[in-house]
Write a protein that binds this ligand. Structure first.
Ligand code: NAD
Length: 486
């Protein structure tokens, strides 16, 4: 198997389009900084062709029987699994996450497709009672062509999470995945194509993000925006979407509070949290970021967290022994270094890491050019520090003590974000109180898992609106029509 064998291109109207006459952009390996391949970028004519195809594709696909739509999703899941090792390798090479995580992503993406295949066949309406011989019908119909944009952090799953509910509902789609992880996305699209998805139903484009989103969102063809990415970009796109009053699903950033109480199972909690914190080098929208720890166990928690963190093996994600890979691009280590410097300036203590690390702590990948940052633990971080207020999106854990449950809830709800929150306590009454009081779309209690195909995934406040996955994810691609038959 060649190292990186993604066949990059734009996928429009069932055709793969290469670099001929188009600008290109390199796709890089974040473990080494090397260029893997050149990605063709869409021009305005390509985007117009994609929109025209999506318009045609919508008319055909909405008229396709639900079981036929489901069959394509099931077959795509099979192909993803069959090609899983190759896809995972491509994802690791271009995004940096360790191979085991990339394989897990493939498996979850296949489950998402299978779940949505079921949901495609469970789109129901209602019959309302009226005088005899008359009735009213409530129908749920596909909203129309979707413009979707997704980030690089889950290069396989993010793409499937956008396409699967759209297709289940009967919508067509134009998706612009991240240019930085284009290979994973194109290989997912090839699975859909090979599974028999009719041409015109799904288009995949890459380009200059601002140009692409402005063109797709200004078009009257597009009836829904679905975005996964940062809060500032999400707000910008929601404003563009308002011009045509299209439906929106916004899956934006978070700053996940972790409330750890004196009565938790400390060793188990530490083992769980350290592994979860540094998954994908902390570049996860639901990553635990702010660790609020009750005073009685704060010192033991900080010590245990730092010791476990120091033992993590950092390096190239393709190497079997690696536990944390590089960050996805050079912007991230720079941003994290600035946050660490700022926190130190405000008096935070560095318990582990704290430095940019060009080759990973193993220095065995033969390169000093990667985008590494060492797994970092900062204690006693003041609320004024930048990292306590902006989404870190990297391998830093921020620790602070708290006294009472009210203090903990106040801290959890302090920021404008409301995506994920985590609580560790054995007290059942307190678990209920926390579940009710925390302003977040998802709360995990004595666990870190927040994502299953059948459960809604999404945030509140600045973290966005609308859910993905679960029946809610398909419902977000439907409009309601009432027909009164008198
Ligand atoms: P970014 O906001 O510049 O980009 C995030 C994604 O949005 C990228 O895939 C990018 O191609 C796309 N994008 C950017 N501008 C766009 C535009 N005008 N139109 C359409 N798409 C656009 O940030 P970044 O430096 O790539 O990533 C870091 C930040 O992204 C983090 O701070 C984090 O908040 C956020 N992020 C969030 C998630 C999530 O799941 N919520 C995932 C990845 C990144």
């Amino acid at each position: 198997m060649t190292a990186y064998d993604a066949r990059l291109g734009l996928y429009i109207a069932g055709q793969w389009l290469g670099a001929e006459g188009r600008e290109t952009q390199p796709v890089r390996n974040p473990a080494t900084g090397e260029t893997l391949a050149d990605l063709p970028l869409a021009n305005a004519a390509d985007l117009d062709a994609a929109l025209a195809a999506a318009d045609r594709g919508f008319r055909a696909w909405r008229a396709t029987a639900p079981d036929a739509r489901a069959a394509v999703l099931i077959r795509t899941a099979q192909l993803l699994r069959e090609r899983g090792d190759r896809l995972a390798r491509i994802a690791t090479l271009e995004q940096g996450k360790i191979l085991a995580e990339a394989k897990g992503e493939v498996a979850f993406a296949a489950q998402l497709l299978e779940f949505h295949a079921g949901e495609a066949q469970r789109i129901y309406g209602r019959v309302l009672q009226r005088p005899a011989g008359t009735r009213s019908l409530v129908l749920h119909q596909p909203v129309g062509p979707v413009a979707a944009f997704c980030a690089w952090n889950f290069p396989i799953m993010n793409v499937v999470r956008k396409i699967a509910p759209a297709l289940a509902a009967g919508c067509s789609i134009v998706i612009k995945p991240s240019e930085e992880t284009a290979g994973s996305a194109v290989e997912v699209l090839r699975c859909f194509q090979d599974a028999g998805l009719p041409s015109d139903v799904a288009q995949c484009v890459f380009g200059v993000p601002d140009m692409v989103s402005r063109r797709l969102l200004a078009s009257p063809v597009t009836r829904k925006l679905s975005f996964t990415g940062s809060v500032p970009v999400g707000k910008h796109l929601a404003k563009l979407a308002a011009d045509t009053m299209m439906a929106t699903t916004m899956e934006l950033g978070g700053h996940g509070p972790v409330l750890v109480f004196d009565d938790c199972d400390l060793e188990k909690t530490l083992d769980t949290l350290v592994a979860h914190k540094f998954r994908n080098a902390g570049q996860v929208c639901v990553a635990p970021t702010r660790f609020h720890v009750q005073e009685g166990i704060y010192d033991a928690f900080a010590h245990g967290f730092a010791e476990r963190t120091k033992r993590l093996r950092v390096g190239d994600g393709l190497r079997a022994e690696t536990q944390m890979g590089p960050m996805a691009n050079p912007r991230r280590p720079e941003a994290i270094a600035a946050m660490v410097a700022d926190a130190r300036g405000h008096g935070a203590r560095v318990l582990a890491g704290g430095e940019t690390d060009r080759g990973g702590n193993g220095h065995e990948n033969g390169s000093e050019g990667g985008f590494f940052f060492s797994p970092t633990v900062l204690a006693d971080v003041p609320l004024e520090a930048l990292a306590m207020n902006e989404e870190p999106f990297g391998p830093i854990a921020l620790l602070r003590p708290f006294a009472t449950v009210d203090d903990a809830i106040e801290q959890a709800n302090r920021l404008p974000f409301g995506l994920a929150a985590y609580c560790f306590t054995e007290n059942g009454r307190r678990q209920n109180l926390l579940g009710d009081s925390i302003e977040a779309g998802m709360v995990a209690i004595n666990s870190v898992r927040l994502s299953w195909p059948d459960s809604p995934f999404g945030g509140v406040k600045d973290s966005g609106h609308g859910s993905e996955d679960g029946p809610e994810g398909v419902a977000a691609h439907l409009v309601t029509k009432t027909i009164h038959m008198m």
